[in-house]
Design a protein around this ligand. Structure first.
Ligand code: GAP
Length: 509
């Protein structure tokens, strides 16, 4: 199946089964904004719980906060977002479609190199041979490399005129109009502006925060003092962030309103690269504990570091649209705290009693998009398979049980003979284990399929034998294996599988 089709299948599944809906759908949607439905909201909450517990509950030296979305406007001057949080955009004059100029160029480079590699493979040339040999053997490969070099130097110089020249020289066309009729490239700030106050003349210009991290930095001393934290320590936060993304066509991968789970870890200057390595390891373990094959995750080293960073890597996941950034791990030096000191005139220093010295701490940041994490979990869990006995196709969402929106479904075989009452009594007991679903409509096979598609790890069927001997059938989602057990065993059996601690123990081992 094509990558585009796989993403489309995920989008349809999420809508059909109540995970994600396009925002304001009855008014024809709002671009790149999404609403989470009943099962999506549950799954999202479990992902948050997995992250929050592993960060805050399991680490004595990390505390959590919940800062406001609105912040003093000077925050964004100090952080560099007012002057530097820009994307280069370009419009096609015929279709009026807007693109990110850097993305157009990067896609063209990838296409040329891929085409070139296919040519090389046909000619029997090993991809590990020297660049010189590959350039000689494939025109497309050579063109790809030449464009890459030219693009890199234009990006370093911030030369937007050169971007346009390259787009024209390499004959990049608009996917809608097919034309090469482009506007000039210009910078576009991604922050959403709004106003605070009711009167136009006295109102203050504000921004919706484009990252949650700054709420942590400006509270550094408040938190350190009130929670009596000693360096090294971290501050964690989960919250909404807003970016006016130009290219936003990849479902919840790139949204205009999204959620981040960020943690800033404050360390002694000079120890930051050791901590950077530690946090890379910790975060990779957290991802792998979900049972993902190692091949689906990889580190990607930033070639060009942001001006404030002295190391930066992404954890990339193999999404249906290819390997893409899922989480960023950045060594941000003392940049943010120093800038906030400068702009606010307030000291943001730490007194290290062991060194008998004041300093501005260095920071390691781990930053993951909750919605991207959601897409990752869905994309690696959604499967279509043939049922061996019947030859039917079934759609199953093999979610890690701790993340599943519904933990167990209780299904009376018939809607009569006292079976619904018996089933309801079981639901009442099981709801203490986790979200329990009761359903009596439709044939049992159809009900199983619906639960498979939502990712429910267990289905309990109540039948006439249950009335006689208090036993039920328990069906496991992935194997479809069924077993007869006593009602008194259900709670313990389900709880042992869906417990978040099972996952946390793996992540923290
Ligand atoms: N504080 C650092 C920071 O915000 P970032 O790389 O811009 O760094 C961190 O964002 C993470 O937030 C990304 O790795 C990604 O998972 C998520 N993210 C960023 N932009 C997003 C968007 N438009 N939609 C969904 N998630 C996004």
């Amino acid at each position: 199946m094509q990558e585009k089709d796989t993403l489309q299948r995920i989008v349809s599944h999420c809508k059909e089964y109540g995970f994600i809906f396009p925002s304001s759908e009855i008014y024809d949607n709002l671009g790149a904004v999404y609403d989470y439905g009943p099962f999506g909201a549950e799954l999202k909450n479990h992902i948050k719980e997995y992250w929050w517990k592993s960060m805050v509950q399991m680490n004595e030296n990390i505390v959590g906060i919940d800062a406001a979305i609105f912040m003093h406007p000077t925050t964004w001057k100090a952080s560099g977002h007012v002057d530097g949080f820009m994307d280069p955009l370009i419009d096609n004059k015929d279709s009026k479609k807007r693109y990110r100029a850097d993305v157009l160029l990067e896609e063209k480079i990838d296409k040329l190199k891929e085409k070139g590699e296919k040519e090389l493979a046909k000619k029997g040339i090993d991809l590990s041979s020297s660049e010189d040999d590959k350039v000689k053997a494939s025109r497309d490969y050579a063109k790809g490399l030449a464009l890459e070099a030219a693009y890199k130097s234009a990006a370093e110089a911030g030369d937007l005129k050169r971007y346009k020249e390259l787009i024209e020289a390499y004959e990049i066309v608009c996917e809608v109009s097919g034309s090469k009729n482009w506007t000039d490239v210009r910078q576009f700030n991604l922050m959403f502006g709004t106003k605070l106050g009711s009167l136009e003349e006295t109102s203050t210009e504000l921004y919706l925060r484009p990252e949650t991290a700054q709420g942590i930095f400006v509270n550094f001393l408040n938190v350190q003092k009130t929670a009596r934290m000693k360096i090294p320590f971290g501050i964690a936060q989960i919250g909404k962030a807003f970016r006016n993304e130009i290219v936003a066509r990849q479902f919840v991968f790139r949204m205009r309103e999204f959620e981040q789970m960020e943690m800033q870890f404050f360390v002694r200057p000079g120890t930051e690269l050791e901590w950077f390595a530690k946090w890379k390891e910790i975060r990779m373990k957290w991802h792998l504990a979900l049972g993902t094959p190692q091949d689906n995750l990889r580190f990607h080293v930033h070639e060009k570091l942001a001006h404030y960073a002295n190391a930066a890597e992404d954890i990339q996941f193999k999404f249906p649209i290819g390997y893409k950034e899922l989480e960023g791990i950045h060594s941000r030096t003392d940049f943010d705290l120093t800038e906030h000191q400068k702009y606010s005139g307030k000291k943001l220093q730490y007194f290290d009693s062991e060194l008998n010295q004041n300093y501005v701490p260095y920071v390691i940041e781990t930053s993951i998009g909750l919605d991207r994490m959601f897409l990752r979990v869905i994309s690696e869990s959604l499967k279509e398979e043939i049922v061996p006995d019947t030859g039917e196709t079934r759609v199953v969402l093999s979610l890690p049980p701790a993340l599943a929106p519904i933990k167990v479904a209780v299904l009376p075989l018939l809607k009569k003979d006292g079976l619904p009452e018996k089933a309801r009594a079981i639901v009442d007991k099981l709801k203490f284990v986790g979200r329990t679903f009761y359903e009596e409509k439709d044939a049992i096979g159809k009900r199983y399929r619906r639960m498979d598609a939502i990712g429910t790890p267990f289905c309990i069927t109540v039948d006439h034998q249950t009335l006689e001997d208090n036993t039920v059938t328990i069906r496991e989602r992935d194997t479809m294996a069924q077993e007869r057990i006593h009602i008194d065993q259900i709670e313990q059996l389900v709880a042992a599988k869906v417990d978040m601690n099972v996952l946390l123990r793996k992540a923290m081992a």
